[in-house]
Write a protein that binds this ligand. Structure first.
Ligand code: SF4
Ligand code: SF4
Length: 428
């Protein structure tokens, strides 16, 4: 490992013990689902259904229309009630509201055999099934494989480094066959030589099961340390191969996908079903029953909280995702999307901030190689030229600078403001 990068990860308390040993509970009997017309940062969607229309599980109800194709699907059978705006991490966003008839009638959907399908057919299938990055970002998977060339390895990221979250762990435990088929389809789409599944070395039992489930000698399992943010693509690639890239791992012959994404692809290939259900970790120091719930896409988060014995979000911090990289939400009306992995509820901390000690810890640990303290100072001085030079737009919002700061300064928030400034300046 490069000495330069050695410090840029840290073991942080994972709190995974709250949920990793508890069976996943199914939460299906919701009266209404709200299918979000959003993907990544985009809300540019065509609606494909009308009020009063009957839909089934797997009916395509909308599709992203801004150059990327991301269809979204009903997770229940029932009637479309309306298209309405409700809260979402992107703001108030249109959702297709469907009243659940609790029959769960399914569309007649077809899978695909990756062994006999052509690469083009597999990429098209991945697009048509709305397979997206399930690590929290929702990036459309087919884009990584469309026209992929000179790819040596597909890396499957099962590291799940963010505190509290165990949803990927539970998905892998429950779906080893889908995982193995999904990764082999990805290998074929990339025309890669090898698949490397990266998982934390403290998951000994699961690693044994994964080894036993391997169906092809080109699949390898690599154990990585329990450090944050090991699951970030750049950190993982630095650790595994001591390599850097400018924009995309494909520049150095690598494609990275989350393990749950591979599982969702494996499942779609088997039965044709797009992502209509997800395992979501509901945890945090202010949750009464920490657990993993298997929920329908479009289930409101308040239903997950009620199932976890938390009926109010007053006086707590509600986070869509994990505590380091998630978004704080004002209410629990927002819903589980195809790429949600966690709902975290924390007690607000009464932190006394003191002046910067100029200790340099934030710079030492920043996995993006930034100098957060200098960015913070330049932002306060409105010195935009320096902000550009300091590459504030490269912040990945991992939260490590705030976490390690002995002065309890929320350094990341300062850097995020600077990041927006630099991003806007670069657009001009
Ligand atoms: S939040 Fe941004 S600035 Fe802070 S450590 Fe992470 S990448 Fe670096
Ligand atoms: S970690 Fe905190 S105290 Fe240390 S240099 Fe960065 S902002 Fe200042």
């Amino acid at each position: 490992m490069s000495l330069i990068f050695a410090n840029m990860r840290k073991h942080i308390e994972g709190h995974k013990y709250l949920t990793d040993h508890i069976d996943v509970l199914e939460l299906r009997a919701v009266k209404t689902v709200y299918i979000p017309l959003a993907n990544g940062n985009s809300t540019n969607f065509d609606v494909l259904v009308k009020e009063g229309e009957q839909v089934k599980v797997g009916t395509n109800v909308g599709v992203r229309n801004d150059g990327l194709v991301v269809p979204v699907f009903s997770s229940v059978s029932g009637v479309v009630k309306e298209i309405t705006k409700i809260s979402h991490p992107l703001g108030m966003v249109d959702h297709v509201v469907i009243e659940n008839d609790l029959k769960y009638e399914q569309e007649d959907l077809q899978g695909i055999d990756y062994k006999t399908a052509s690469v083009e057919e597999l990429v098209q299938f991945t697009m048509n099934k709305g397979i997206v990055g399930c690590g929290g970002a929702g990036f459309p998977t087919y884009v990584k494989y469309r026209g992929a060339k000179d790819i040596d390895k597909v890396i499957i990221n099962a590291v799940e480094c963010e505190p509290y979250i165990t949803a990927d762990y539970k998905e892998v435990q429950a779906n080893l066959n889908y995982l193995m088929n999904g990764v082999l389809a990805m290998k074929k789409m990339a025309n890669a030589n090898e698949v490397v599944i990266a998982i934390k070395r403290n998951k000994k039992e699961l690693v044994k099961k994964m080894q036993a489930a391997i169906t092809d000698p080109s699949i390898k399992i690599v154990e990585v340390p329990d450090q944050y943010p090991m699951g970030w693509e750049r950190s993982l690639i630095r650790y595994l191969y001591k390599k850097e890239y400018d924009n995309l791992p494909s520049e150095i012959g690598l494609i990275v996908n989350n393990s749950t994404t591979a599982i969702q692809l494996g499942q779609a290939m088997d039965n044709g079903m797009p992502i209509v259900e997800k395992i979501v970790t509901v945890s945090g120091d202010a949750i009464n029953i920490a657990q993993n719930l298997k929920v329908l896409v479009g289930t409101q988060v308040k239903e997950l909280l009620e199932a976890s014995d938390n009926t109010s979000v007053e006086d707590v911090l509600l986070i869509n995702g994990g505590p380091m990289m998630g978004n704080t939400m004002k209410d629990a009306d927002y819903v589980i999307s195809p790429y949600s992995n966690a709902v975290t509820v924390l007690k607000p901390k009464d932190l006394k901030t003191i002046a910067c000690l100029r200790c340099g810890a934030c710079s030492d640990y920043c996995p993006a190689g930034l100098q957060p303290v200098r960015i913070m100072e330049a932002r306060k001085a409105l010195d935009f030229d320096t902000l550009v030079k300091l590459r504030a737009d490269k912040c990945i919002e991992c939260g490590l600078c705030s976490y390690v700061c002995p002065s309890k300064i929320d350094v990341m928030q300062e850097v995020i403001i600077a990041k927006r400034i630099v991003t806007n300046l670069k657009k001009k």
